[in-house]
Design a protein around this ligand. Structure first.
Ligand code: ADP
Ligand code: GN1
Ligand code: MG
Length: 361
């Protein structure tokens, strides 16, 4: 079997590989930091082909998106902070061997990813970065991006998967989670609102990131300024709410995603406000009235859909998300559902904040 250092060498042909070290906290791919005697460090990833079976499509999407953004930002941002794919030595956007599929990126120097927000300014900067990201991609030339994961944020599809997992109950876990099942069933219908608005043509399809959690932006270790939006695996068509809601889920959560002590999990309205200010300042003028009206509800919807995916994976026997212990997905789902309740309770304040921000755009 080809060794990690040999695989790394395919993306870093000069000098000698010094180290290949597991890196970051992603739930999907296996990520390594690779250091070398002469070249700048790179990020090497073994792509999770169970989640992304069509690697070529995904890499083509990422190549188009990173090149477009680089053209946009070339004078505004230092080039070492622009994410780019590093081709393998045979000139391809990824490399395949008997172990699977591999790709590399330039390592963004002096960067750090966070699991909880450290200041309102950080939330503001994250919002601004994702607003700008959506704006930059609004004029991506060429064909639509490939749909790398079908129905990724389709609530009805996710509810069907949950119901299937519940009826198969392969690990016999369903009887231990009645309160979570009840939580899902009581909200299922109203959580489909974005899908219904989309089907009726009341909100437009745009290009969205689709995985805008806090640790998918890299911040400067010292200044906390945004350096780069990363994890572009799921960039494809979507509604802006997917990105806004998924961000609030992590930027405004007082606790980490898998916090076991539920008393620590709630939405900090100050962080919601800061993120919304940054986001709307960047893209607010482009959004329609209906899009704006559903930004606050999208925080509850996206937190719910990710909780739903965690509990579904728990019932399925933990086959999708990486887990650190036996009940990890259950712990994550409970924390997400607690956050949904907190967001629901603050909905009218959130709507007022959005209206106030929009008045001065
Ligand atoms: P996953 O899909 O598994 O979440 P990511 O692409 O988000 O994988 O990478 C996992 C983590 O690795 C990120 O959260 C970040 O901390 C780190 N990382 C990824 N790409 C880079 C990069 N180009 N430079 C520095 N750190 C990176
Ligand atoms: C996964 O890849 P990562 O860890 O950034 C997942 C997201 C979930 C998130 C929950 C491709 O994101 O959809 O919201 O975990 N990515 C994929 O933390 O399924
Ligand atoms: Mg990630």
């Amino acid at each position: 079997m080809e060794k990690l250092t040999t695989i790394a060498k395919r993306f870093m042909p000069q000098g000698d590989i010094v180290s290949v070290t597991p890196y970051g906290n992603g739930h999907i791919n296996d990520t390594y930091l690779v250091e070398n005697t002469v070249e700048k460090p790179i990020i090497l990833q073994q792509i999770n082909t169970h989640v992304f079976p069509n690697v070529k499509m995904m890499q083509d999407n990422i190549y188009r998106v990173t090149t477009h953004i680089a053209n946009y930002l070339e004078n505004a941002v230092s080039s070492e902070h622009l994410l780019r794919i590093i081709s393998s030595s045979n000139g391809q956007l990824y490399y395949e061997n008997e172990r699977g599929s591999w790709r590399a990126y330039n390592f963004i120097p002096n960067s750090i990813g966070y699991e909880t927000v450290k200041s309102p300014h950080m939330a503001y900067s994250g919002g601004k970065a994702f607003g700008q990201f959506q704006k930059m991609l609004s004029n991506l030339p060429g064909d639509p991006l490939y749909e790398v994961i079908d129905n990724f944020h389709n609530m009805k599809f996710r509810l069907d998967k949950f119901n299937k997992a519940l009826s198969l109950d392969v690990k016999e876990r369903a009887s231990s989670v009645p309160e979570l099942i009840d939580f899902v069933q009581r909200r299922a219908e109203k959580m489909c609102i974005l899908l219904e608005l989309g089907e009726k043509g009341e909100i437009p399809v745009r290009i969205t990131h689709n995985d805008t959690k806090l640790n998918n932006i890299l911040f400067d270790k010292d200044t906390h300024e945004v350096l780069s939006v990363i994890d572009l695996d799921t960039v494809m068509n979507g509604y802006v709410h997917y990105d806004f809601g998924d961000s609030i889920r992590t930027y405004a959560n007082a606790a980490v995603e898998d916090e076991p002590d539920l008393s620590k999990v709630y939405m900090k309205i100050s962080m919601f406000e800061a993120y919304a200010r940054g986001y709307l300042g960047a893209i607010g003028k482009v959004l329609t009235e209906t899009e704006i009206a559903y930004l606050a509800p999208s925080a509850a919807i996206m937190t719910f859909i990710i909780g739903l995916r965690f509990i579904t994976d728990y019932l399925d026997g933990d086959v999708y998300f990486k887990t650190a212990h036996e009940h990890h997905n259950l712990q994550r789902a409970k924390a997400q559902f607690k956050l949904v309740e907190s967001i629901e309770k603050q909905m009218s304040d959130m709507q007022r904040i959005i209206s106030d921000i929009c008045r001065y755009l």
